[in-house]
Write a protein that binds this ligand. Structure first.
Ligand code: ASN
Ligand code: ZN
Ligand code: CA
Length: 337
């Protein structure tokens, strides 16, 4: 057996742009391999070759070694997208016991090289697929791990709470994608892209290397809300998400200054009272249970508070220290009872 085969399951070797050298699920045999992952719902990765419709062309390769780590090789963005889908699948399966986006073992698919200088990525429930542009001047594809986890998590939200994509529920929808995109990044434990509470830190989306969003203090992006107010639902959903992103950071790590994987955070609280944090793993469990069992299409921030408290009661007991910290952390972002 080849070194990169395990019990007959093909493993491609990928030279990604953002995650270094990776192994990922592929199919076939020499000289006809394809970017189809039989162990994860047959997720497939396609090359749109700058088109903007249809599925494009399934990536194929003669020797199962893909990409060269640069954008001049069209396969490279495919490697990042396939690896991101793989790690996101494994995260939901191994951490939350969910097999695929709908929990039915069915894989989505990914499309890369969408359009020309397209600076976005998106999930589309209609095609049950995610799509990635190549960024400004086609120089920085939006295929980093946290972006892939973010987009695929829109599929999970659609299949569970179904949070409407406007107002406060829209902010919760966006935050859920940032929360689980970040969780996937930590889960993957990739040396080239270690976990952080920043969104889009690898894709140079602002042209100066700064991230797209900051969970410890969302207002650092110049537009996101740190705390709830009665008008927060009027903001774009990528900014009203700040309240829940801030909640998740505080619930995971606690307030104040902290360094994690070489990144400095300094998270304030609305009332200036400190909160301790319960650890990211517990925060993820609470958010996932709240999303999949207690939130629905019109859940607002007050409803998210109730949903996470119900989840915390199920997991840790009503009135437990963890339960009380969830309540205090909502107060720390100005969401009260
Ligand atoms: N990348 C964006 C997102 O996933 C696309 C959008 O605005 N829906 O939120
Ligand atoms: Zn989103
Ligand atoms: Ca990140």
């Amino acid at each position: 057996a080849k070194l990169y085969q395990y019990q007959g399951i093909e493993k491609g070797i990928g030279n990604s742009e953002y995650s270094g050298k990776v192994t990922f699920g592929t199919s076939g045999s020499a000289p006809n391999f394809s970017m189809t992952d039989p162990t994860r719902g047959n997720h497939k990765t396609y090359d749109l070759k700058h088109g903007s419709s249809g599925t494009g062309t399934l990536f194929t390769d003669p020797d199962d070694t893909w990409g060269d780590g640069t954008t001049s090789n069209a396969q490279t963005a495919g490697v990042d997208a396939a690896y991101g889908a793989q790690e996101t699948w494994d995260y939901y399966k191994n951490v939350h016991g969910r097999s695929g986006i709908k929990g039915d073992g069915v894989g989505a698919y990914s499309r890369v090289h969408y359009g020309n200088s397209y600076v976005n990525a998106f999930w589309d429930d209609g095609c049950f697929c995610m799509t990635y542009g190549d960024g400004e001047n086609n120089a920085d594809p939006l295929t980093a791990l946290d972006v892939a986890g973010h987009e695929m998590s829109h599929g999970v939200t659609a299949a569970t709470a179904g949070l409407n994509y406007s107002g406060e529920s829209g902010g919760l929808n966006e935050a859920t994608s940032d929360i689980f995109g970040t969780s996937v990044e930590f889960y993957a434990n990739n040396a080239s892209d270690p976990g952080d509470y920043l969104i889009g830190e690898k894709i140079n989306i602002n042209g100066d290397g700064t991230p797209l969003r900051y969970m410890d203090k969302p207002s650092k992006d110049g537009a996101s809300a740190d705390n709830w107010s009665s008008t927060v639902g009027n903001k774009d959903v990528h900014y009203s998400s700040g309240v829940a992103n801030h909640f998740f950071y505080l619930l995971s790590e606690g307030s104040g200054a902290k360094d994690i994987n070489g990144v400095h955070y300094d998270s304030p609280t609305f009332d200036n009272l400190p909160v301790p944090g319960i650890g990211r793993a517990n925060a993820e469990k609470i958010w996932f249970k709240a999303l999949s069992q207690y939130m629905s299409a019109n859940t607002n921030y007050a409803g998210a508070r109730t949903a996470t408290l119900q989840a915390a009661a199920d997991l840790f007991g009503q009135g437990s220290a963890t339960y009380n910290t969830v309540a205090n952390t909502w107060a720390a972002v100005n969401v009260g009872s």
